[in-house]
Design a protein around this ligand. Structure first.
Ligand code: HEM
Length: 229
């Protein structure tokens, strides 16, 4: 009996109206849910995806963990440090600048492609416990170029000669990004290289500037006046 006189609801299920059919095909909530479920299934079925997902969540948590902190009484931020006097660094001289309380002025320095940057402004990223603290007080070129967050295997100078062209381009991209965002402090010295004397440069350019001012300020003598002299 039930077979011969189906209920309107059962009938609607068997023969969906054109409107209901269209709804199903043009992104209805059912279609969207199915899509999301399929994507999630695909994501969870591959262990590598799971690992990458966990790393992403972990890094995002480390970057934004301040947002999860309970409201604490506000401590006034210390005023920004003055710009560092320009100088070159050996790897050993760079090491203490890791943002820890014992670091000179608490600063964080990172070398990228031979240039040393003061990244103290980004202490949340590079300071102790930050997501990228592995680069603090070090040459970050290899890690940045290869997207690896492992501590360098040795403290020896790294000439990056085994990096691929793509990895070196990546290093240069990071270098450009750091140049835009942070102060350039000096250069990372290769073994045996001598530090440049930037103070001498400044003295020279100051002397040049003074000479220009004196030249411009002196009374102009016309060629005619010169003849009578
Ligand atoms: C695996 C997943 C990763 C996620 C989800 C992630 C996420 C992020 C986010 C959201 C920012 C920007 C934070 C902001 O400006 O507020 C950021 C910045 C950054 N990330 Fe990652 N990251 C990942 C992996 C990596 C890796 C592998 C490296 C390097 C080896 C890296 C190095 C950096 C650096 C250097 C910055 C810039 C910090 C600055 O502006 O000084 N990240 N990351």
């Amino acid at each position: 009996m039930a077979e011969r006189n189906p209920s309107p609801a059962a009938d609607a299920e068997r023969n969906p109206s054109p409107a209901a059919d269209a709804e199903k095909h043009d992104g209805s909530s059912e279609g969207v849910t199915e899509g999301i479920l399929a994507a999630l299934q695909e994501l969870v079925s591959n262990p590598l995806n799971l690992v990458l997902l966990s790393i992403s969540f972990y890094l995002l948590y480390k970057i934004y963990k301040d947002y999860f902190k309970k409201e604490e009484p506000r401590v006034p931020r210390p005023p920004p440090l003055p710009k560092m006097v320009k100088r070159d660094f050996t790897l050993q001289e760079l090491r203490p600048y890791d943002g820890s309380p014992t670091a000179p002025e608490g600063r964080v320095l990172i070398a990228v492609n031979g240039k040393v940057f003061d990244v103290t402004r980004g202490k949340g990223f590079y300071g102790p416990g930050g997501p990228y603290d592995v680069f603090a007080g070090r040459d970050g070129s290899r890690g940045l170029g290869t997207f690896a967050l492992d501590a360098p295997a040795s403290d020896a100078y790294d000439d990056l000669s085994d990096l691929t062209i793509d990895q070196m381009n990546q290093v240069r991209e990071w270098e450009a990004q750091f140049e835009e965002k942070y102060d350039l402090v000096g250069r990372l010295l290769k073994p045996g290289e001598v530090a440049h004397d930037y103070a001498l440069d400044e003295e020279e350019s100051a002397a040049e500037e003074t000479a220009t001012i004196v030249r411009d300020a002196s009374p102009k003598t016309s060629p005619a006046a010169k003849k009578t002299e």
